[in-house]
Design a protein around this ligand. Structure first.
Ligand code: FE2
Length: 315
């Protein structure tokens, strides 16, 4: 596989796992195409054409230094110049994959956050309410990533001659689907049952050994789960704190997330929504592992680094 083949596979797997479904995503891309066609010639010159094909702008090929057959990849949750230097020490690395966005994918992180509104809508929050509350949150995230040194790691890859890509939302979509399927198949009554189920997943078991396993952030082990929603696993980063009240009104009892800020936690408490935090890097690892299993099947050797808890699933 070449860098582009690996990247296309990531996007395809991300769409397959997306809660919104392929038809809905195609509709969103068609709207973007329509808008593009109405641009002036000068505006078209500066337009990033990938916007028309890729629904996950937080996932990109960032640097192709040598377009060769990929046999060995260094994969981590966060790739910094340190990991690029590590690749040199390890030797034989053809491609470096970061989970968290870098370069222009980081600059475009907020673009994938519209996903939140549609997922919330599927759980019963009216789309106008979800959209209305997500809009200011999306621009807040866009402003937040604006000051980053976006190209630092990309420049390191360029200088040392490495291929580099990042795959964020496609993997988070896979993690969300994996967890949703598992949770919906199980007969969960209390939060302690949910925690027990999560702790059986190898990535969370490993995270538990270093004190980063699944935890109840809002609620008590005896609380009833009610309807469990996977609204905080994918979609770039946390949604709007104001949404918890709306989620409660829509009939959601428990939210499973990767991480939660204090502001969000307070709002969830006020809305009587239970919050179970499965773990950040461990949840990221689940999605990345599902993608890497496919690369291994195609003969690519994986070297995990930077927090990635590599678990191979043979199913
Ligand atoms: Fe993450």
């Amino acid at each position: 596989m070449l860098v582009n083949d690996i990247y296309n596979l990531a996007i395809k797997m991300g769409i397959d796992a997306d809660f919104r479904g392929r038809d809905f995503i195609n509709k969103l891309l068609a709207i973007k195409k329509e808008k593009y066609q109405k641009l002036s010639e000068t505006e078209k010159e500066n337009f990033d054409l990938e916007v028309l094909e890729n629904p996950f702008l937080d996932s990109r090929i960032l640097q192709v230094s040598d377009n060769k057959e990929i046999k060995k990849a260094l994969v981590g949750i966060d790739i910094s110049p340190a990991e690029i230097l590590m690749a040199k020490e390890i030797g034989g690395i053809d491609l470096i994959i970061s989970h968290h966005p870098l370069g222009k994918a980081l600059a475009n992180l907020a673009d994938v956050m519209e996903l939140h509104a549609d997922v919330l809508n599927q759980y019963g929050v009216p789309i106008n309410v979800a959209e209305g509350l997500m809009k200011p949150r999306i621009s807040e995230v866009a402003r937040g990533v604006n000051s980053a040194n976006h190209q630092r790691t990309v420049d390191a890859a360029k200088l040392l001659g490495y291929n580099l890509m990042c795959v964020h939302t496609p993997c988070d979509n896979m993690a969300a689907k994996f967890l949703k399927d598992k949770i919906e198949k199980a007969d969960l009554f209390k939060l302690e049952d949910l925690i027990k189920l999560l702790k059986q997943i190898p990535e969370y078991k490993e995270a538990g050994k270093i004190g980063a396993g699944p935890k109840i952030f809002v609620g008590s082990p005896e609380n009833r789960c009610g309807k469990i929603a996977l609204t905080e696993i994918t979609g770039g980063t946390e949604g709007s704190p104001k949404l918890y009240e709306k989620m409660a009104q829509a009939g959601i009892g428990t939210v499973v997330g990767m991480h939660i800020s204090e502001e969000h936690k307070k709002e969830a408490e006020a809305a009587n929504i239970n919050v179970v935090i499965a773990g950040h890097i461990s949840s990221d690892s689940i999605g990345v592992n599902l993608f890497l299993d496919e690369l291994e099947k195609k003969g690519i050797e994986i070297v995990p680094c930077s927090g990635l808890i590599r678990i191979l699933r043979n199913s």
